[in-house]
Design a protein. Structure first.
Length: 462
């Protein structure tokens, strides 16, 4: 069968004689400069920085008018007055690795005679936000790189130009309202932790288990949220190299852990560091939800029970949350096993991040942040996932503003606020939709396991 010239793509058609005689339109030097090499990506980084600068003077007011950034300032003061090695002894810190960032910040602040407490000026307010801007730029780069990698492995996306799709993903995270608010207004380190989680998943999928273990441990020492993708990393390690891969990841993680915490361990602060993590993982909060619009928001709208109060027979609210989280983890792992490509791993990781925000008790509103970076590369390459990514991103932004508004008079909303309860309900529906999207593929693993068991039982001697 012959194919007519008119049915071919434009670039494959034979030019006519008149077309050959016409000179090709030349791009202007400016267009070539903007669309070649590293310049488009650099432009996205500049865009991300510029859109955040106007928000730096703002504050995010927690209930009772407190500020999260007061913790950064207080720990900087403790480091300045007593040294970084004594920070666990002279402050109420609940962070570990991030003190290696606060230490140079305190030195910079001291170099121009900065003061703490009520005498602190605006310079300290801007200084504690500076690392968060850099973390956001790093997240833009990480999302760009993973989207380009993902698109390059997909034939349909490759035809659409992987670099173009990666730039779109970079622009989306650069302009993501929740990311801007979390870093430039609040400010928080969630971008840095998301980079570590994203890197760990991608590296583990590609069989670079040592680097994956190092990335995961680094993120965990900055903030414990990477624990949510640990089961997925174990699954990927088993699939890629079995016990040897697990040992490689564990050894690399141990090295990173010793490098970061070694000075404090030699200083005799092991028990103090373990206490920090114990308190983080067993938070005795006076309510079930730390301002997160999740499943437990409805219970907090009433008598506001504590996490260790009995809920159903002998089970406490905490135990129910753990059981629900374990069920969600099983679905995510089954899905990742049934879909053994990078896209499946990222979708499973995003599902784990969403479950960690929605199902356990005493979770904070910011725990949903890693979802933004983990699912975005998939949503850009496989655009049907935008139908989930966009509404979850919007609800997350509203949750952040509701939990810590930029206007002091807005703080202290009642737990039974109808808008907040509606937000929790919408998040539950979105999570159920996410579960419905991946459950059929996850069920394949269950059916295969049942088939093997049935086959083994049939072949067993009577």
């Amino acid at each position: 069968m012959t194919v007519s010239k008119m049915s071919l793509p434009r670039e494959n058609r034979q030019p006519t004689q008149s077309a050959q005689a016409q000179p090709r339109a030349a791009h202007t030097p400016l267009v070539l400069w903007l669309t070649s090499g590293w310049r488009p990506f650099a432009g996205v980084l500049v865009l991300a920085l510029l859109v955040r600068l106007p928000f730096l003077p703002a504050y995010a007011y927690l209930p009772d008018g407190t500020l999260d950034e007061s913790d950064w300032k207080g720990w900087m003061q403790a480091i300045h007055e007593h040294g970084v090695l004594n920070v666990f002894r002279t402050s109420d810190t609940n962070y570990v690795g991030y003190h290696w960032v606060l230490w140079p910040l305190s030195a910079v602040y001291a170099s121009f005679g900065g003061t703490y407490g009520h005498g602190a000026g605006g310079a300290l307010h801007f200084l504690v936000k500076a690392p968060m801007l850099l973390f956001d730029l790093g997240l833009v780069g990480a999302v760009y790189a993973v989207t380009r990698l993902l698109a390059g492995e997909d034939p349909a996306a490759a035809r659409a130009n992987p670099t173009r799709l990666a730039l779109i993903a970079g622009v989306v995270i650069a302009l993501q309202p929740a990311a801007i608010y979390d870093s430039a207004v609040w400010p928080n380190t969630d971008s840095l932790v998301t980079i570590a989680m994203l890197a760990a998943v991608v590296l583990a999928f590609r069989g670079r288990m040592g680097l994956a273990g190092a990335a995961w441990t680094f993120g965990f020492l900055m903030k414990p949220q990477p624990v949510v993708v640990l089961p997925l990393l174990v699954l990927l390690a088993v699939r890629r190299g079995g016990v040897r891969a697990l040992l490689e990841a564990g050894a690399a993680g141990a090295v990173v852990g010793l490098v970061v915490t070694g000075p404090w361990l030699l200083h005799g602060d092991l028990i103090r560091i373990l206490k920090v993590y114990r308190l983080l993982f067993h938070d005795r909060a006076p309510q079930l939800s730390w301002e997160a619009w999740n499943l437990w928001r409805f219970w907090d709208a009433g008598p506001r029970p504590a996490a260790d109060d009995p809920e159903l027979f002998f089970a406490t609210y905490r135990m129910v949350g753990i059981a629900l989280s374990a069920a969600a983890a099983a679905i995510a792992l089954a899905y990742a096993w049934a879909r053994p490509d990078l896209r499946g791993a990222l979708i499973a990781a995003a599902y784990l991040a969403f479950a960690f925000y929605l199902l356990p008790v005493t979770t904070h509103e910011r725990y949903l942040f890693p979802f933004l970076g983990l699912l975005l590369p998939v949503a850009i390459v496989e655009q049907r996932w935008l139908r989930l990514y966009v509404p979850v991103s919007a609800m997350f932004f509203f949750n952040l503003v509701g939990a810590a508004p930029p206007v002091k008079s807005w703080d202290g909303f009642h737990y039974a606020n109808p808008e907040f309860l509606a937000g929790a309900g919408i998040n539950i529906l979105l999570f159920l939709a996410f579960t419905g999207a991946i459950a059929p593929r996850a069920w394949i693993v269950v059916e295969r396991a049942r088939g093997r068991l049935a086959g083994g039982a049939a072949g067993a001697p009577a």
